[in-house]
Design a binder for this molecule. Structure first.
Ligand code: GTR
Length: 328
């Protein structure tokens, strides 16, 4: 009896030591993705999962769950932070309420274009965001393109800020966007991405805002026939790993995962450029009227109170904003 107990205890202790090792047990990694099959982010995230599964010889078996079937983005961010999910492609918009530093990236008209955004995010300033995220349980390994977001709606072309007045506009879950739409005189409605199509269709909302590929792949273009190029937001997206999952990797596997994230971002950015043009064409072919907003500065100047409120609440981030704006 005593011997049995001893053997049992030894076996348990052995198992604990064994499972605490970083490479002996295959890990099944679950990845969250909001987009459908064929979307640039989906293709890139699937490449990432395949590459780490192959290169770790199956020590990490990664699977991507597409179309947001594992839940809404705000929920998925929480689940990745607490290790219930292992990796994801997240937009920095819904990250802001959890990691205040990332709100800098949601300030309207912050970036002048995708090239500047990539330069910022791939360099020292991008690292600051990664450091802030890492303190909150998320390891960000590379940055995707997400184009620029513009307003679309079911009513009319938006040419000047006054045209937004009174419109119910869906925004991502972040108070900054509520302030942004408020300043244009609209009625901001934070809502999960997956609910937007039905809400447009049933006139619960009049419009939303997004880049061309999301406008098209979500079928919002079938219902919202006016897309107005305001380009008010250029928001990067990450490949993020749950800190708990990252910490469980050996040095060798971390190197593999990091390299796979960097090459996935390269793929995504290439596919993004092509898809953006295709999505715009598809929407226009179905009758969507796309209009250039001639005087963007009218929209920009309305955003001064949004900046003022944000910087008053986060004075230490003013330097981050200035550093981004002075990156050419
Ligand atoms: C897309 C983005 C998604 C999600 C969505 C939204 O452009 O890639 O992660 O944030 O917009 O509007 O909710």
């Amino acid at each position: 009896m005593k011997l049995n107990t001893l053997l049992c205890a030894t076996a348990v202790a052995g198992a604990v030591v064994f499972s605490a090792g970083t490479s002996a047990i295959a890990k099944d990694w679950r990845g969250w993705n909001i987009h459908p099959e064929g979307y640039p982010n989906t293709v890139a995230l699937e490449q990432f999962a395949r590459e780490i599964t192959e290169k770790t010889d199956g020590r990490v078996k990664a699977t991507v769950f597409n179309g947001g079937i594992l839940g809404s983005q705000p929920d998925a961010i929480e689940q990745t932070r607490n290790g219930a999910l292992d990796f994801a492609n997240f937009n920095m918009g819904p990250m802001g309420p959890i990691i205040p530093e990332t709100n800098v990236l949601s300030l309207p008209f912050l970036f002048t274009g995708a090239d500047q955004m990539h330069k910022v995010m791939d360099g020292e300033i991008g690292q600051r965001f990664s450091d802030a995220m890492s303190k909150k349980g998320l390891v960000s390994l590379s940055w995707f393109d997400s184009g620029s977001r513009s307003f679309y709606n079911t009513k009319k072309a938006i040419e000047k800020p006054e045209d937004v007045a009174g419109m119910k506009i869906r925004v991502m879950n972040n108070d900054l966007y509520v302030d942004m739409v408020d300043q244009l005189g609209g009625n901001a409605t934070p809502m999960a991405y997956g609910e937007v199509y039905q809400s447009l269709k049933t006139s619960v909302i009049d419009g939303a805002e997004n880049n061309y590929p999301s406008f098209e792949s979500s079928n919002h273009y079938e219902v919202a026939k006016f897309y107005s190029i305001t380009e008010h937001l250029i928001i990067p997206e990450c490949i993020c790993i749950a800190k708990a999952s990252w910490d469980g990797l050996s040095e060798e596997d971390r190197t593999i995962v990091s390299a796979a994230a960097v090459s996935a971002a390269k793929t995504q950015r290439e596919l993004w450029a092509v898809r953006s043009g295709q999505s715009r064409k598809k929407a226009e072919a179905s009758g969507v009227k796309v209009n250039e907003v001639k005087d963007k500065s009218a929209f920009q100047s309305r955003m001064k109170p949004v900046y003022a409120k944000f910087l008053a609440a986060n004075p230490s981030l003013e330097e981050w904003v200035t550093a981004i704006q002075s990156t050419k």
